[in-house]
Design a protein around this ligand. Structure first.
Ligand code: ZN
Length: 353
């Protein structure tokens, strides 16, 4: 009953072979703590500040993109180095709980009108390994939010490698992408999990690395869910109207709800990127003195999808033959980075402090 309408944010892959196990669990090697790869690191580098801004970009669509090789903005790890270390985020149940908490914070940071539309929206986890997250309406026209097992694996891999590279100057994100993304871009059975061996064994146990990885995991998932949540409160799904929320659909039945995937709508996607980014920044600031989420979650996510496209032989116009569903249903990921960065600069100018 009722139209099924889902908005797909991310996507690729399918269920299948394991590439060697996620490094979601701490490495077992009895390795002593790393000798001294970065002895002087007393904390995170100071944030550099942001260039001038001139108001929010028009939400008519995205700037042209120019193929892959651009690097995203310099990573701007948090100012204020004395944050307490976060415990490692290990295992799927813990990751799911983290996402639920992130969603609650995103909802709480909305304007009252928008918050009323999505308060208590149910979150469900799709057990498939497609890399995806979505805002959907079930058969009763009740809104829900969903993330797949695949996106948890992908964001775990992004955060583990990015954290390692930030702290130790390694190139593990590049190594991970080179090893995993070619299959992910071509096969529906490949998985995004971080293979063993990408993180150097002596760095694996470092607690600063685990802590920073957890911050990045939160930041990328916050952007992802913030974008999806925006599709609901901006009215793109049409089913989030502030009605009393019911329970989330059964994950086992979720596939049935996802049979209809709309072609992407540039204006709606840009609006969701902009509103989602503002929500992430607002919710992030409320986390102080913990790490305040930035737009880097979006930058990291889009970089990842651009690399999937590039690995699949893309890098130019999207191809309808791409097995990566995200690339069929969303604007070019690299084109979305400048918009999110401009929104963030504007937000900081308007919300100093
Ligand atoms: Zn979207």
């Amino acid at each position: 009953m009722g139209a099924l309408f889902t908005i797909v944010v991310l996507g690729s892959g399918g269920a299948g072979c394991n590439l060697g196990g996620s490094t979601s669990s701490p490495p077992a090697q009895p390795t002593p703590p790393p000798p001294s790869p970065y002895p002087q690191q007393q904390g995170y580098p100071q944030q550099q500040g942001y260039p001038q801004q001139q108001g929010y970009p028009q939400q008519q669509g995205y700037p042209q993109q120019q193929g892959y090789p651009q690097q995203p903005a310099p990573q701007a790890p948090p100012a204020g180095a004395q944050r307490p270390l976060l415990p490692p985020l290990v295992g799927v149940p813990a990751q799911q709980q983290e996402v639920r908490q992130i969603l609650a914070e995103l909802v709480a940071a909305l304007t009252p009108d928008n918050r009323a539309k999505v308060a208590n929206i149910p979150m469900t986890f799709d057990p498939t390994y497609e890399v995806n997250a979505f805002a959907g309406c079930d058969e009763r026209r009740q809104p829900f939010m969903a993330a797949t097992a695949g996106i948890l694996e992908a964001v775990d891999a992004i955060s583990q490698t990015r954290a390692t590279d930030e702290l130790f100057g390694t190139k593990t994100y590049d190594a991970y992408c080179a090893q995993v993304l070619p299959q992910l871009s071509r096969s529906e059975t490949a998985r995004a999990a971080l293979p063993m061996g990408i993180i150097p064994p002596n760095l694996g146990p470092d607690m600063r690395r685990w802590s920073r990885a957890r911050e990045i995991f939160q930041e990328v998932m916050a952007f992802t869910m913030g974008h999806e949540l925006a599709h609901h409160y901006l009215g793109h799904t049409g089913c989030a109207n502030g009605q009393p929320m019911s329970s989330a659909p059964d994950p086992a039945l979720l596939g049935r709800l996802l049979t209809r995937i709309p072609t992407f709508n540039q204006v709606a996607e840009a609006a969701a990127d902009s509103s989602g980014a503002i929500d992430v920044l607002t919710a992030g600031r409320a986390r102080r003195p913990q790490y305040a989420w930035s737009e880097n979650g979006g930058v990291f996510l889009f970089d990842y999808f651009a690399r999937i496209e590039s690995a699949g032989g893309g890098g130019g116009p999207l191809t309808l033959l791409s097995p990566v569903q995200f690339l069929r249903t969303h604007p070019n990921p690299l084109g979305r980075i400048p918009l999110v960065q401009t929104v963030a600069r504007t937000w900081r100018a308007q919300n100093p402090g």
